[in-house]
Design a protein around this ligand. Sequence first.
Ligand SMILES: [Fe+2]
Length: 616
Amino acid sequence: MSARTLILGISAYYHDAAAALIADGEIIAAAQEERFTRRKHDARFPENAVRYCLDHAGATAADLDYVAFYEKPLAKFDRLVATQQAYAPASFSTYLKVMQPWLHAKLHLRRELHAAFGGKYNRPFVYTDHHEAHAASAFFPSPFEEAAILTLDGVGEWATTTLGHGRGNRVELTHEIRFPHSLGLLYSAFTYYTGFRVNSGEYKVMGLAPYGEPRFAELIREHLIHIRDDGSFWMDQSYFNYTTGMTMTSDKFHALFGGPPRDPESKLTQRDMDLAASVQVVCEEVMLKCARHLHAITGSKNLVMAGGVALNCVGNGRILRDGPFERIWIQPAAGDAGGALGAALMTWHQVLSHPRCATPHDALSGSYLGPAYTDSEIRSLLNAYGARFHAFNDESELLSRVADLLAEEKVIGWLQGRLEFGPRALGARSILGDPRSAKMQQVMNLKIKFREGFRPFAPSVLRERSGEYFDLPHDHDSPYMLLVAPVAPAKRFADSDARMSGRSGIDRLNVTRSEIPAVTHVDYSARIQTVTPETNGRYYRLIKRFEARTGCPVLVNTSFNIRGEPIVCTPADAYRCFMGTHLDALVLENTLVLKDEQRDGTRFDAEQYKQSFALD
Ligand SMILES: [Fe+2]
């Protein structure tokens, strides 16, 4: 048995199953199940993620001291039963659909968990509240000794929004808003209505918003959601269908906004963009009011956030810019995956009362908490595929070569170090490009990712030069790409507003707006990752080399995957994505693979590759 206390946290059975392992309170491994099973948002018991965490620690299930689950199944069941009864008989049709999995498995979670560990784990199970797990995931790894806590999501057991305070080794939630009143579900309702998939298309709505005018915002405030000054809100359920049906919006909603939901295959119109802009504005208003109220009741200078809505980096940027807090830290795995980590940390600090010492950066190691692969594994894989490659012994030579390729507008798949925990690629499993290139956004969207052309890309910037390129208030950090801020006026082209004015909607994207057009959205915003040598190691050194070559300290960084595919995990996943897309080069640790050196016979059919992942 291990000398250290090992706590395994698990989130599962709703969306984004994950496992996280802490040893004497230190976060040593965390991963989402989807990365292993290649099924996006895989919610099944995270057996692969658990195995990875245990292997990483050289442990088995028998060595674990505690297993912590990220919510309380009985409380959640209580909410489902109460909701179904409250809305009966309208809800009877969905009653069985919703309840059957519970009656079969979820109510017997203890038995399920025992079975999943092959009967080898016989110590206690700890169940935390869903929002406690979010709060713990936000506060305990943060760099703050004390901070205000804001969690916002769709729904857990009952709570959908909580306010609280963290100090030392305690988190305390003091206020909550309960289901069915939910900012996450309001946003998801508009995600559904604008033709995107709930629980994954919210990001697209946020990306679409800058093309629109918020002309429906008043209608939303008047009819759908009543927002009070303290950020609390009440939603008129007659416009929604999520309590009673398997869809999000009701006929009354459709009548209010003048038509049925958009067919996912149909063309996006200005109206869709205006709807996106409207719900985004309302969402930001609630987030900001919650933040102000939270500041008033806690008096804290620091804010930590988690829950799916905390992935709304435009809203987060708004809180930083217009809100009362000096510093903000957001859990990168803000969605339910991060609940696994929160549950484990909650057990260590709050159940077992172990002290906590805040670390200057944070305790997440850049969120690089997943598996890594060796050069020998990589080279034997490439040999097995019959790939031609260049093996480098010297990092400096490799980085120079990659920087040259980037400067030649080549698009590069980049795998190095440990996989990221959370939905953003942060330079461990990333597709990289030159942000100065006017064609890069279109090339990456259409030829590499096979996704909608309107979607913006994000910049990674050297921390020491981020202030030159972006207007982050208080020269703030954004290590996890969860804050949006404007591109600095000095980097914008003076005439781009005039050149955009004759165009509408997505066509505005074709106007080169700044020195770094590939990462400048039509409203001049950018979703920023600030990169440091301490946290980001080789990725920092690569950007530094690109800067030496071009003068530009910024790269385009998008997740290494195509539309509908989970981010690549293994070198084999990365190689398949490379060969199935128009990526020009692939870097796997110290090995470089160039597309134009590969024999035709080894290429994959791009169309077939694309079809292997469902539209998201
Ligand atoms: Fe959640």
